[in-house]
Design a protein around this ligand. Structure first.
Ligand code: M6R
Length: 364
């Protein structure tokens, strides 16, 4: 049941500290700060590259993982839309890894892409939440997320637990390839171990997000901006808003805005900026300046220092707990979910069963 929550989505958002913690516990030893992966039927030290394939929110988890694979493990990686993958006829190295991500394990576009990848001699590894799915049966190796059943059509805890598993897979791959030092492995696993506690702090910011939602609920269009993995979180935030509140939203790389979408900016368009601390913060800050100069209403999600710096340019700021930049996408997904949730509640939509959508899409 929903317990004391109004919707399954709200309950599932609030379960995240617990289920991210459960998921991390099955791959990280907190005493040694090392990752242990089950046998995946593939030698992670020898694969030449990885193609990550999924749909919707699971694709966004894959897109974050793509950046992580390259930055942390120095493994060439691409993230592919499942319904486009095989029709594009990509050139795949025999013996490379094809990585499929799915909450349900039954999404037909992803399953068809998996079957096609097999014909191309790929090693098939899947990240799946549900148990005993078609994708699980057809994979060489499976990593499970421990999110528990996700009922709300909008994916929330499945996404953040996918990121938790993928972070561990990336660390394990970096170690197998010899591209990740033991000190760096300890640094990254320590950052992951902290996530559940920081996520619980973000859930305490619910009232501030409800206030921001009042402004967003009036809008016809909303722009979400970020750079690097925060760009992916911008797209995920925009997808959440579209699917449950029916407000048009666009997630865009902040630096690409001046090549077109900046023409959309006026006082009517809220611009949600995802700007965690890290090497890209200053670049994103200059994009905030561009939006502000054109009368745009910036809703900033950053840490305390970032919010203090940019407050004069923003209509609203949300100061999230400070975290290692590696894990920022996991943490920053949560306020994006809550913002969409509160907008949908204000709009009175059917939050758990939005129109035209199914929890698991089993038609091409
Ligand atoms: O079960 P899957 O993870 O394969 O589902 C993929 C998408 O259909 C799913 O993530 C969809 O985008 C969600 N409704 C987004 O909230």
């Amino acid at each position: 049941g929903k317990g004391n929550y109004r919707h399954f989505m709200e309950k599932e958002i609030h379960e995240q500290p617990a289920v991210i913690g459960d998921t991390l516990k099955s791959y990280i030893d907190p005493a040694t700060r090392t990752v242990t992966l089950p046998d995946l039927g593939v030698d992670l030290g020898r694969i030449p590259r990885v193609s990550i394939v999924a749909c919707g929110t699971s694709l966004y988890a894959g897109q974050v993982a793509r950046d992580w694979f390259e930055q942390v493990a120095r493994l060439p990686a691409v993230a592919e839309i499942a319904s486009e993958f095989r029709y594009r006829e990509p050139v795949l190295d025999p013996g490379a890894m094809a990585l499929f991500i799915s909450q349900s394990g039954e999404t037909i576009d992803t399953l068809a892409a998996l079957r096609w990848a097999k014909t191309q001699n790929q090693r098939i590894v899947s990240v799946i939440n549900a148990r005993e799915s078609a994708m699980e049966r057809e994979s060489d190796g499976v990593l499970h997320t421990l999110a528990g059943p996700e009922i709300g059509v909008a994916s929330t805890k499945a996404f953040t637990t996918q990121l938790a598993v993928l972070a561990c897979l990336v660390i394990g791959t970096g170690r197998a390839r010899g591209t990740l030092s033991p000190a760096r492995e300890a640094e990254l696993t320590s950052a992951l171990i902290e996530v559940p506690a920081r996520a619980a702090e973000v859930l305490e910011m619910d009232a501030a997000l409800r206030a921001m939602a009042e402004e967003v609920a009036e809008a016809r269009d909303v722009l979400y901006l970020g750079r690097g993995t925060a760009w992916t979180i911008a797209m995920e935030g925009a997808l959440k808003l579209k699917e449950i509140s029916y407000i048009h939203a666009e997630g865009y790389p902040a630096g690409e805005m001046k090549h077109g979408p900046i023409a959309l900016i006026d006082e009517q368009v809220p611009v949600v900026v995802i700007a965690p601390a890290g090497p890209l913060f200053e670049k994103t800050a200059s994009n905030v300046q561009e939006v502000h100069a054109r009368g745009g209403r910036v809703i900033l999600m950053s840490d305390k220092a970032g919010c203090e710096r940019l407050a004069p340019l923003c209509a609203h700021t949300l100061a999230l707990p400070s975290v290692h930049p590696f894990v920022a996408p996991i943490l920053y997904a949560i306020p994006a979910q809550l913002l969409a949730y509160h907008v949908a509640v204000l709009k009175g939509t059917d939050v758990d069963q939005p129109r035209n959508l199914a929890k698991s899409v089993t038609v091409e």
